[in-house]
Write a protein that binds this ligand. Structure first.
Ligand code: WTA
Length: 630
């Protein structure tokens, strides 16, 4: 792991109009954070008390490092809070989901009441198939309302869902089905992507070979003529909902019963099955949806992730529905049929809160300003980012072109393991491009050296979380030792594996993964930092850098660059870029080599896989590349 190191920080700031702060749920940061510090348990009890429990908890938490229990002996069902709570109120006919397909006009609007009825029926259908509390169900579905219905139906009856993103291939799916011992796989005949059909069911057919736990495959059949189902084992999604009772009482779950497993790709080793539980996860995602995204009665929230990622679990499904929001989902990718489609969706549906990833923002920068400029984006109130560092250039573009220099930009740092947003700049607070922000009230973070000593401002170090929080993962499925490592690597803290730096005001800039660090002549460089410098050049759309062995410097920086439309690769441009990095970060960060490339290897969630570039560069085996897109 990295030692501490110096970091150059920018000092631009933007403060949103004071009405944002005044009208926000959270209010002033200091006051809210102090309220948490004064009595952490009371702070979380107040939030949990906004939700409905079948039996109250005895204690807010029991913490025996590294194991936490939250809302001890509390009984609940998360779907009661996502559905029943709203359908028994004036919100029963409020829109829960707006779905838009790839085609213009292909739309579905589903109210809370309709969603509730569908979930109850599907829950009963699963029960009829013999599914019991604690069974694992694998979902491998496109982004359609039925996916949300299936997720909630599992939670309704206490089955543990393991969602596998529909972009994964058969062997990745097989490994996840086997590890979780899934009893049922729920899929669709096809997913739509860029006008093409992805044959999900055929991939499942391949993936269930050698997966003896699988008893049934439930298929959502979208195309005509309908895909044929071949054996007793295969069932139609809608048919099984027909002859069942419309009432399905929620399973009474203990706060610590597992809610789901979600596999996250380690940079090395096999994927880890991160386990989240019912009570703490519900409270954490509800809290952050309401107090970080500041969701209000009339908001339309669009999180562009897929439910196959934690971002989708927390901010498409559980958090927003627990908070009673209207959620937009779409199967549409960002550049099909043209790069204006997402902005058209915002205009058409009056989206007020938009949450996407830096990689998408940088793609849009590449397509050019004219695309967002063609559409009315004035419904937008808050815009957010997650998944990678939001480099200052991308921040500026996002803030100006999409947020019209008005919307707060919430750059949220968190992980599959944390379950909920941990660090951000709260709505209304002063934003600093490049910095995610501060730990939210309820969360205690720091930037430390290898021994766990806090490093001073402007000195880089490792991002840790010092205290447990409700939505923290409880274990790694089948690998508790791996879980303990998170809490035993640096002092008694939770190690996030990210490099970060704080400024004097406590704002945290996340520099990238600790394992992506490049050490040039004894100086540590975050890949994100160098990439950010490259991307700040007018010709550059996206960049990835790796450390390449160098006899003199230990490592040298090699950059892979995608140019914006209208720029051509040349030796002259290479030296311009090298000079540009030298001017922004100093000579040690100067790339010794630059390759112009048409694309970069990315995970399906959009993270650049520098490991793959490195392996290619050195002619070595890249290791597990099951998470690589295309
Ligand atoms: C990175 C996604 C910088 C980080 C919710 C983290 C970020 C990993 C940010 C987790 C951000 C996420 N700024 N880096 N705002 N958000 N990351 O599990 O390296 O898919 O450790 O969870 O993404 O990725 P995961």
């Amino acid at each position: 792991m990295a030692e501490s190191f110096d970091v150059k920080l920018e000092d631009t700031e933007y403060t949103p109009d004071s009405s944002y702060l005044k009208e926000s749920w959270i209010g002033d940061y200091q006051t809210a954070y102090q309220r948490f510090l004064d009595d952490p348990d009371a702070f979380w009890a107040d939030i949990a008390g906004e939700l409905e429990w079948f039996r109250p908890w005895d204690r807010v938490k029991d913490w025996k490092h590294p194991y936490a229990q939250w809302f001890v002996n509390g009984k609940l069902n998360i779907t009661h809070n996502c559905l029943d709570r709203h359908v028994t109120s004036a919100n029963r006919n409020k829109v829960a989901l707006i779905w838009r397909g790839e085609e213009e006009g292909d739309e579905r609007v589903i109210t809370y009441r309709q969603l509730y009825r569908a979930v109850l029926r599907f829950g009963n259908a699963l029960k009829k198939l013999g599914v019991k509390k604690g069974d694992t169900i694998c979902l491998y579905m496109p982004l359609v309302p039925e996916q949300v219905i299936a997720i909630l139906a599992c939670a309704r009856i206490g089955a543990i869902h393991s969602i596998v993103y529909g972009g994964f291939g058969a062997s990745a799916l097989n490994a996840r089905i086997r590890d979780a011992k899934a009893k049922i796989v729920i899929t669709a005949d096809v997913g739509n992507r860029r006008g093409k059909r992805v044959p999900l069911k055929s991939i499942v057919d391949e993936a269930v070979v050698n997966a003896p736990s699988v008893e049934r495959i439930i298929v959502l059949r979208r195309t005509k003529p309908q895909l044929e189902l071949y054996s007793e084992m295969e069932l139609d999604f809608h048919e099984i909902m027909e002859n069942v009772e419309p009432v399905c009482e929620p399973e009474v779950m203990d706060a610590e019963d597992p809610l789901f497993i979600l596999y996250t790709s380690g940079t090395t080793g096999p994927p880890k099955g991160i386990v989240h539980t019912c009570g703490g996860y519900m409270v954490g995602t509800y809290y952050t949806t309401k107090y970080v995204f500041d969701v209000k009665e009339h908001d339309v929230l669009w999180c562009t992730a897929d439910p196959g990622w934690i971002t989708g679990h927390s901010y498409i499904v559980y958090g927003p529905l627990a908070a009673g929001a209207t959620v937009l989902i779409t199967e549409s990718v960002l550049d099909y049929p043209d790069p204006g489609v997402w902005w058209r969706i915002i205009e058409d549906f009056g989206v007020t809160i938009f949450y996407t990833a830096p990689t998408a923002i940088r793609m849009f920068m590449k397509f050019g300003d004219e695309w967002p400029s063609r559409y009315k984006l004035d419904s937008l109130r808050i815009i957010g980012s997650v998944g990678e560092p939001l480099n200052p250039e991308a921040f500026e573009w996002y803030y100006r072109l999409i947020g019209k220099s008005t919307c707060p930009v919430i750059d949220t740092w968190w992980q599959t393991e944390t379950g909920m947003v941990m660090v951000t700049t709260l709505v209304g607070d002063t934003m600093k491009p490049g910095f995610a922000g501060k730990p939210i009230p309820g969360v205690v973070t720091d930037v430390v050296d290898k021994e766990g000593n806090p490093v001073p401002p402007k000195i880089g170090g490792l991002l840790v979380i010092k205290e447990p929080w409700p939505a923290m993962m409880r274990t790694v499925y089948n690998n508790d030792e791996r879980y303990r490592e998170y809490w035993n690597t640096i002092n008694t803290y939770y190690t996030a594996g990210d490099l970060a730096v704080k400024d004097e005001d406590g704002y945290i800039m996340v520099l990238g993964r600790a394992d992506d660090i490049i050490i040039v002549a004894g100086h540590n460089l975050g890949t994100a930092e160098v990439e950010s410098a490259l991307v700040s050049h007018e010709a550059v759309a996206e960049a990835a850098v790796i450390g390449k062995p160098d006899v003199v410097k230990g490592q040298a920086v090699k950059a892979f660059v995608i140019l914006k439309l209208g720029y051509t690769a040349s030796e002259k441009l290479k030296s311009d870029l090298t000079y540009h990095v030298r001017m922004s970060l100093g000579p040690i960060a100067m790339p010794s080599e630059i390759d112009f490339v048409p694309s970069l290897p990315k995970t399906r969630s959009g993270k650049i896989m520098r490991r793959v570039l490195k392996a290619q560069e050195m002619g070595i085996d890249p290791g597990d590349i099951s998470t690589l897109e295309e």
